[in-house]
Design a protein around this ligand. Structure first.
Ligand SMILES: [Zn+2]
Length: 342
């Protein structure tokens, strides 16, 4: 079976960014009934139908090892892959329409062997182990010539489309830089040229001065609902050291940031008493050998809920217009998260 024409990148000439088409993934076996039933079931520490649990078979009949702690494997149905078909770039007459191969590496990172745990309930040492694995992955992938960027993200909860609740996240190592990182690079380069200062360091300074939006802090990292939050409970976590990517962080710094991140997730879960859905993105500078001294690594959490059972749907102004209309004020949401008893 060929994936030609089904699996490629296409250039978006208005937003000036790549759109990745992975239509070959539509062929992956997927049972909605099965996942709905699984969601209703009381969660067990081991689920025989989960393809991420130890010793279970995955889609391609690979059997997971009897792993303990972090387990990482190449995604069986990747969005980007080193085996993506070659794409002959047939540029249109205007040169606007062109495509390229969806090259890259997509991996799955299981946080823990136990199915019923999550980022907030796995032990602190396990969260640290997860972040150390993020660092090892970034270091390893930065050695590959064709990789420009390592993007790690966790989609948590059915509201953001997750059907398997086994604690895990994903990694995309790509030959392009994701747009939100790119936007941060542009803005921070502009800020540097204008002021000689570092945009992200200035944001942290502003938040430290204002204090009211800080929700957690330790020796190595700080977490806050930013002044400019678009989602009600949006949170950013910055390491206190100056790092463009994870690769330069010391083990102590990584452990410190991991432990603060765990606290943020525990605050989320404590807020309404259930596993709070969110999209977590690890925002790091490209690993293409260039110096991005104006950029600072951070974690970015975007939860879709503004109240239990009340979801923010990005609609006309957000999707169509591109500007967020927020229904809440960051200072109030930060106070709520700060008040959660852990
Ligand atoms: Zn599982």
């Amino acid at each position: 079976m060929t994936n030609a024409g089904k699996w490629e990148k296409r250039w978006h000439p208005i937003f000036e960014q790549w759109v990745v088409y992975a239509a070959h993934r539509n062929t992956r076996p997927w049972s909605v009934e099965k996942s709905a039933a699984a969601a209703k079931k009381e969660k067990q520490s081991y689920d025989p139908s989960c393809y991420l649990c130890p010793c279970n078979s995955r889609i391609n009949s690979t059997v997971n090892p009897a792993y303990e702690g972090v387990y990482i494997f190449d995604n069986d149905h990747p969005v980007v892959g080193m085996n993506a078909p070659e794409v002959k770039d047939i540029s249109s007459e205007t040169g606007l329409y062109h495509s390229a191969s969806a090259q890259g590496i997509a991996r799955v990172i299981c946080y823990h062997e136990q199915h019923d745990l999550s980022m907030s309930t796995i032990p602190k040492a396990s969260v640290e182990e997860v972040f150390l694995a993020f660092q090892t992955q970034t270091k390893e992938l930065s050695l590959k010539q064709e990789i420009q960027s390592v993007f790690i993200f966790e989609n948590r909860g059915e509201l953001v489309g997750v059907s398997n609740s086994h604690p895990h996240c994903q990694l995309y190592a790509t030959d392009f830089v994701f747009e939100n990182v790119q936007e941060g690079l542009f803005a921070s380069a502009k800020h540097r040229a204008r002021t000689g200062r570092t945009l992200f360091a200035d944001i942290v300074e502003e938040e430290k001065k204002a204090k009211i939006r800080i929700i957690a802090e330790n020796e190595h990292a700080i977490a806050f609902v930013p002044f400019f939050a678009r989602w009600a409970y949006e949170v950013m976590v910055f390491p206190k050291g100056e790092h463009q990517t994870l690769t330069t962080m010391s083990e102590t710094e990584i452990r410190g940031m991991a432990s603060l991140y765990r606290e943020v997730v525990r605050r989320y879960d404590g807020l309404y008493g259930f596993e709070f859905p969110y999209v977590m993105s690890l925002m790091q500078a490209p690993i293409d050998g260039e110096d991005y001294d104006h950029y600072r690594l951070h974690l970015w959490l975007q939860p879709p809920l503004r109240q239990p059972n009340l979801q923010k749907f990005p609609a006309g102004p957000e999707r169509g217009g591109g500007n967020f209309m927020a229904d809440t004020i960051p200072e109030e949401k930060a106070a709520e998260l700060r008040a959660v008893k852990l």
